[in-house]
Ligand binder design. Structure first.
Ligand code: NAD
Length: 452
């Protein structure tokens, strides 16, 4: 879908006019292309004294493709500023954030990255340390709102003992894969069993099978393509009426097409049978299919309520339960080390007028993810959700113009996201290297003001 305003302000006269009138000028965001290095410029890494991650971070960043060490004397604008704040154990220590970022933040390159690492406050050793670590969240969210020209800010809270599980998340946060993710907090815990780093970070899903529901178009089609790019064989699922588009996509990415209404009687059995028989099981399940039937509550009939809950939440419950049930062999269809990614929405976090049904279903998914994650960790399975904000698809093209423009601009990036932004977040969560990330909701919303 085309954002005409962004196109206009990217041109010379349009940019001048926007500057004169003080209007937002959305940056053309850099996005990942195969072969593109994680970083394209110098990175400055530092930490408050005593931080447990400063040393490992320096080593990790130095080994990333495209990274070069940035020193205070370097002339090049830094591509990223990385700060280990785990050593901050009281409010006085927060001054280290100012000392590090104040002299550097204005020289950050366009589409640059700010990454702060801390300790989950609940794992801190005392009240003062917990307060200081919680303070990082306010800091990073504010930095995200201040940054311009497509730059983003991330806070990674690393549990003690999870130091070796940081790489997958750090790569995502630093790279163009997280172009439309900003002001978010990601928690990294000790990885679930078998959560090892992939042999090839460009093809982390080599040899794995994935299923994507609602894959015929929009976000789901791009998720399917992105998982295939990362090496997966993808089963593309959508309702029977979408067969043509589905088969074309599956053919292009070397996967299967499965025409199935996920709300139909026996759908969970049919899916389990298909995945079990044709593929011997599945490693990645992406619950993407979703519908809206918007009306304010007083005008919403029961059919609109029921259909949205059925597709967006009940079907996800049924499919997930079935894929986790042991088969005759004793092994469930979802293999050990599996990854489940649900598609929530910022509506499920913030609520939205006309979307009581939709927001309830999307908030329900967050509950599902949080409750299921600890229950399946023993099998090396992670369960997470992405929560897209305003993404340019057919779903949002149908939104009335004024609401659509508000949705596009009311975020730190001043633009809507692309389906690929959600797909990259799904791919990161689906990676075998992301075993330390479970039970979480990753917003892909350009730091939308809604639910912030
Ligand atoms: P879309 O309408 O373009 O695509 C949804 C797909 O799901 C369609 O191909 C549809 O046929 C399929 N589907 C619907 N019901 C199904 C069923 N019963 N069985 C099987 N397939 C079914 O939507 P989209 O914009 O690509 O959204 C994808 C997901 O992202 C949805 O869950 C949506 O709620 C969520 N989301 C989208 C946005 C956005 O801005 N577009 C924002 C937040 C969340």
């Amino acid at each position: 879908m085309v954002d005409r305003y962004q196109k206009l302000t990217a041109s010379g006269p349009g940019a001048l006019l926007a500057r004169r009138l003080g209007l937002p000028r959305p940056e053309i965001l850099e996005r990942h292309r195969p072969g593109r290095p994680v970083l394209s410029g110098p990175v400055v890494v530092d930490g408050a004294g005593g931080g447990r991650l400063t040393g490992p971070l320096r080593e990790l960043v130095a080994a990333l493709p495209g990274a070069s060490g940035g020193s205070s004397g370097s002339q090049d604008a830094p591509a990223a500023l990385v700060f280990d704040a785990t050593g901050i154990d009281g409010s006085g220590g927060l001054r280290a954030l100012h000392d590090f970022f104040h002299p550097r933040i204005r020289s950050l390159a366009p589409c640059g990255r700010v990454v702060v690492l801390g300790t989950p406050p609940e794992a801190a050793g005392g009240v003062r340390q917990a307060a200081a670590q919680r303070a990082l969240e306010g800091f990073v969210r504010s930095v995200g709102k201040e940054l311009r020209r497509g730059a983003t800010a991330h806070l990674l809270l690393v549990a003690p003992g999870a130091e070796d599980a940081v790489e997958s998340t750090l790569r995502f946060a630093l790279s163009a894969r997280s172009a439309y993710v900003s002001g978010q907090v990601l928690r990294i815990g000790e990885p679930v069993a078998g959560g090892a780093a992939p042999a090839d970070w460009e093809r982390p899903l080599d040899g794995r099978t994935a299923v994507v529901t609602g894959a015929a178009r929009g976000i789901g089609a791009v998720v399917a393509r992105t998982l295939a790019r990362d090496g997966a064989t993808v089963v593309c699922l959508d309702v029977p009426g979408q067969g043509g588009e589905l088969r074309e996509l599956a053919g292009r990415i070397g996967g299967d097409a499965l025409e199935l209404d996920i709300t139909a009687d026996g759908a969970a059995d049919d899916l389990a049978e298909h995945l079990g028989e044709s593929r011997g099981g599945v490693d990645v399940v992406v619950h993407n299919a979703g519908i809206t039937r918007d009306k304010t509550l007083g005008r919403m009939d029961a059919a609109k309520w029921d259909s949205v809950i059925a597709v967006n939440l009940t079907a996800v419950e049924h499919l997930t339960e079935r894929l986790l049930e042991p088969r005759e062999s004793g092994e469930p269809v979802l293999r050990e080390g599996g990854r489940i990614v649900c598609t929530s929405s910022i509506s499920g976090i913030a609520g939205n007028v006309g979307q009581t049904n939709y927001a309830a279903s999307k908030a329900g998914l967050i509950g599902l993810v949080q409750a299921l994650a600890p229950a399946v960790a023993g099998r090396g399975v992670t369960v997470n959700a992405v929560a897209p904000g305003f993404i340019e698809t057919r779903m949002t093209a149908a939104v009335p113009l004024f609401v659509r423009e508000a949705g596009r601009r009311m975020n730190s990036m001043k633009q809507g996201g692309q389906p690929v932004d959600v797909a990259e977040a799904v791919a990161y969560l689906a990676s075998p290297g992301s075993g330390g990330v479970s039970g979480q909701v990753l917003r892909v919303c350009g730091q939308s003001l809604l639910g912030a």
